[in-house]
Design a protein around this ligand. Structure first.
Ligand SMILES: Cc1cc2nc3c(=O)[nH]c(=O)nc-3n(C[C@H](O)[C@H](O)[C@H](O)COP(=O)(O)OP(=O)(O)OC[C@H]3O[C@@H](n4cnc5c(N)ncnc54)[C@H](O)[C@@H]3O)c2cc1C
Length: 414
């Protein structure tokens, strides 16, 4: 095994984690990366605070993924607790923040990445930057574009950890889709996920754009009547709406928009007040202005502006009409923000194209890991956890298969 040459393409969280596992078993690993430095999206993820994983019970954690059955064995092998221990092994402490999310104490990705790379280097992992993978030769070797021209690399096993296609300037451009599709590998189209959505605001909303909508509950009704809910913050923007609340609902919203050209996001602007209590709070009282009554009922300036945006003026003093709109405020969404601006991408290499060990069924000894696999999840640490866990899983697949020279049954064959 130690004489085998393993190549990993893509030095993001999935690829580096695969290198971690393999080098931990004394295997020679070469990591090839398109950009001039590694982990650029990982570093970007750390800019606003690196939410690396989540502390909720594992069964709830796994249920956050659209492909929870598929990811379950991977996440069980590398769950939030293991991520925390792994960070500690690199000298990086962590803490549990509000709503159970886990962050490195320093919040940033850079110190963790620095310690990680130094550890990998000590174990002999060789990282080759500025090597852009362009596909396979007829013999199945790997073709790279480099400043010195094309290089052909032979490997005993390869892990593709090429990411999705959001923020392509950070390296993941999704060009692998064409290469693998030409080989007949089943791929679901890449689509923006955890992204903002387009809505049209009247000029009256201008002074409220860029401001947060706090303590609201959002939900989407799908064609099947199923309802998905999210309670977090949203931000009204010039193009529409963004923030944790819509990111968490991005899958059902995206599906509605693809099917019908638009989707309705419903908001409860005051989820902690019942409609009957709210109606009583909104009742006209003496000489109080409408603004004053609404403010005392808990409606801040952004929520007030939203009500005025939708409700005709002659209804503003009707507590029943105002309460009804506050408890079920519809926002028509007419599109998604482009993939380049999304936090992640849905779609990717389908489960049935891979063995249980994440090897591509019709490409012997080529494995896939990370965001390039066909799974989707909200923000909250779920994206990085699945990238790490699938990277480990693919590496363990190589260890098992190259050692045992196993037969690799495909999902749809079993
Ligand atoms: C702004 C932002 C904030 C985020 N915040 C969080 C967060 O707080 N928590 C969370 O869980 N997730 C977050 N994410 C998502 C998370 O960063 C990704 O899901 C994760 O990085 C995916 O890991 P990966 O290894 O699969 O892919 P990537 O990190 O995209 O790595 C893939 C690597 O492959 C390289 N590559 C691509 N094509 C080629 C090629 N042809 N040849 C050679 N190399 C190639 C790329 O350059 C890249 O280095 C955030 C993402 C963004 C954009």
């Amino acid at each position: 095994m130690k004489s085998k040459r393993i190549v990993i393409i893509g030095a993001g969280p999935a690829g580096l984690m695969a290198a971690d596992v393999l080098s931990g078993h004394g295997v020679h690993v070469d990591v090839f990366e398109a950009k001039a430095s590694v982990g650029r999206k990982f570093l970007m993820a750390g800019k606003g605070g690196l939410n690396i994983t989540h502390s909720e019970p594992l069964s709830d954690f796994i249920a956050r993924y659209d492909q929870s059955d598929w990811l379950k064995p991977m996440l069980e092998e590398f769950d939030a607790q293991k991520i925390v221990l792994w960070m500690e092994s690199l000298g990086v402490s962590s803490f549990i923040g509000t709503s159970g999310r886990i962050f490195p104490t320093e919040m940033k990705a850079a110190p963790l990445l620095r310690h990680w790379l130094s550890d990998l280097k000590k174990r002999g992992v060789r990282v080759h930057c500025k090597h852009y993978w362009e596909g396979f030769t007829n013999e199945g070797s790997l073709r790279f574009a480099t400043a010195e021209g094309e290089k052909v690399i032979v490997s005993d096993a390869t892990i593709l950890a090429l990411g999705g296609a959001s923020w392509p300037s950070l390296g993941s451009d999704g060009a692998w889709v064409r290469i693998l599709a030409q080989k007949g590998i089943a791929i679901n189209p890449l689509l923006p996920s955890n992204c903002g959505f387009k809505a049209q605001w009247s000029p009256h909303m201008d002074s409220h754009l860029g401001k947060p909508l706090k303590n609201v509950l959002g939900w989407v009704k799908s064609d099947s009547g199923e309802m998905q809910k999210s309670s977090s913050e949203a931000i009204l923007t010039t193009y529409g709406i963004e923030g944790g609340l819509v990111y968490a609902l991005s899958r059902p919203l995206r599906e509605e928009i693809i099917a019908h050209g638009e989707a309705t996001l419903y908001l409860d602007l005051l989820p902690y007040v019942t409609i009957s209590k709210l109606t009583a709070l909104l009742a006209p009282s003496g000489k109080q202005s409408i603004n004053n009554i609404w403010r005392k009922a808990g409606l801040d300036s952004v929520k007030t502006a939203l009500i005025r945006e939708l409700l005709p003026k002659d209804k503003w003093s009707d507590p029943y009409c105002v309460a009804a709109i506050v408890k079920k405020y519809p926002i028509k969404l007419i599109g998604m923000q482009p993939m380049e601006e999304a936090i992640s991408t849905a779609g990717g290499v389908k489960r049935e194209a891979l063995t249980e060990d994440l090897m591509i069924c019709n490409l012997s000894n080529v494995y896939c890991a990370g965001e390039m696999l066909d799974w989707d999840a909200p923000t909250g640490g779920y994206l990085l956890t699945a990238a790490f866990a699938s990277g480990r899983f693919a590496a363990n697949g190589i260890l098992k298969n190259l050692l045992n020279d196993d037969i690799h049954p495909c999902h749809n064959d079993s």
